[in-house]
Design a protein around this ligand. Structure first.
Ligand SMILES: O=C(O)CCC(=O)C(=O)O
Ligand SMILES: [Fe+2]
Length: 303
C-alpha cells in the first residue's frame, strides 16, 4: 500500500525573500506543499522539542480526561481511535491566538504551569509564523497588502499508535486540509506521510530535520481562484513505532466570506467558486463526508 517513490519537496529559505517567492509559488501550483527552513526566529528548535514532550505527556492521560477536550467548532476536539482510523487519536485546540482558548484547552486536562506556558508560547510562535507565510504567499501572487487578520488558527496534535500488526495499514485516511495552510511539525523519526502528485500518484514525504512542512488546503485553492493546489495526503504505517505530529492550521476568515481577491479574477480567469463562509464549508465537508476537497465541486460558480 505504501508509496515507493520519495518526493522532492521544495525547501524554501524564509530569510531569502523575495528571492524564494517564485520557487514557493511554483511548488504551491505544482504540488501544494513545500518545506521551510530558517524559521527559527519565529519558532526556536528548543520550543518545538518542548512542545512535542508536552503533547506526548497529554496523550498519556486517561481516556476519560482526554475526552474533556471537547469540540469548540465541529471536529475541533479530541478524536479517539475510530473505525475509519483505528490507530489514530488527536487533540485539538481551536483559535490558538486566544489566551482564553489555550486556557480552556489546558484546564480540563489539568496541565501544569510549565505545560501551559509551553503550549502558549508555541501557539503564539506558530500563529505568527503562519501569518508570515500566508503574507509571503499573497505577495508571491502579486497581492502586497492582503491581510489575513481575523483568520483563526487551530492545532491538531496527532498520535499514531502503530504496532507490528499495523505495518502497511492506514494511519489517517486520504484527505485535504480544509483551511488555507497547514504547518506540520513532523515526527522527526517516523515517516509515513504521503502526498498525491499531479499525476495522481502517492509519493512519500520523509521528515527533513530542521524544516517544517507547509501544506495548502481547500481555502488556498478557492482564495487563489484555482491557481494553488490543495494537496491530498494520507499517513501510512511504515514501521511499528508510535508516531506523533503537530499540525497547525490557518483556517479561513471568521467573519468575512472566502473569495478570490479581485486581482486574481479577470476575463481569462473567471471566478471559479461562489463566495462562502468558512464555517459553512466545514459543515458541508463533514455532513457530506467529503474529506478530500470534493466538497469544493459543490461550490463552483457554474454548478
Ligand atoms: O501526521 C501527519 O504527518 C499528517 C497529519 C495531517 O495530515 C493532519 O493533521 O491533517
Ligand atoms: Fe492533513
Amino acid at each position: 500500500m505504501a508509496a515507493n517513490n520519495q518526493c522532492n519537496v521544495a525547501v524554501i529559505d524564509l530569510e531569502d525573500f523575495p528571492g524564494q517567492s517564485r520557487k514557493m509559488i511554483e511548488a504551491c501550483e505544482e504540488l501544494g506543499c513545500f518545506r521551510i527552513t530558517n524559521h527559527h526566529q519565529f519558532l526556536p528548535p528548543a520550543l518545538s522539542a518542548e512542545m512535542k514532550a508536552v503533547v506526548r505527556s497529554l496523550f498519556d492521560l486517561p481516556v476519560e480526561i482526554k475526552q474533556l477536550n471537547t469540540d469548540v467548532i465541529p471536529g475541533s476536539g479530541y478524536m479517539a481511535p475510530s473505525q475509519i482510523n483505528p490507530h489514530y487519536e488527536a487533540f485539538g485546540l481551536y483559535d490558538i491566538a486566544s489566551h482564553e482558548a489555550v486556557n480552556a484547552f489546558c484546564s480540563p486536562l489539568d496541565a501544569s504551569p510549565h505545560q501551559r506556558e509551553t503550549i502558549q508560547m508555541y501557539a503564539e510562535a506558530i500563529h505568527n509564523l503562519a501569518m508570515h507565510i500566508a503574507c509571503k504567499l499573497a505577495e508571491g501572487m502579486g497581492l502586497t497588502s492582503f491581510s489575513f487578520e481575523g483568520w483563526p488558527c487551530q492545532f491538531r496534535m496527532n498520535k499514531y499508535n502503530f504496532t507490528p500488526e499495523t505495518v502497511d495499514s492506514s494511519g489517517v485516511q486520504i484527505h485535504t486540509d480544509a483551511g488555507f495552510l497547514t504547518i506540520l511539525q513532523e515526527d522527526e523519526n517516523v515517516g509515513g506521510l504521503e502526498v498525491m502528485d499531479k499525476a495522481g500518484k502517492f509519493v512519500a514525504v520523509e521528515p527533513l530535520p530542521g524544516t517544517l512542512l507547509v501544506n495548502l488546503g481547500d481555502i488556498a485553492k478557492v482564495w487563489s481562484n484555482g491557481r494553488l493546489c490543495n494537496v491530498k495526503h494520507r499517513v501510512v504505517c511504515k514501521e511499528a513505532r508510535t508516531r506523533m505530529s503537530i499540525a497547525s492550521f490557518l483556517l479561513g476568515p471568521k467573519e468575512a466570506k472566502v473569495e478570490a481577491p479581485v486581482q486574481l479574477v479577470d476575463s481569462s480567469h473567471s471566478r471559479l467558486y461562489v463566495p462562502f463562509f468558512y464555517s459553512d464549508y466545514r459543515k458541508l465537508r463533514i455532513s457530506k463526508e467529503l474529506h478530500a476537497g470534493e466538497a469544493l465541486d459543490l461550490l463552483h460558480t457554474n454548478s
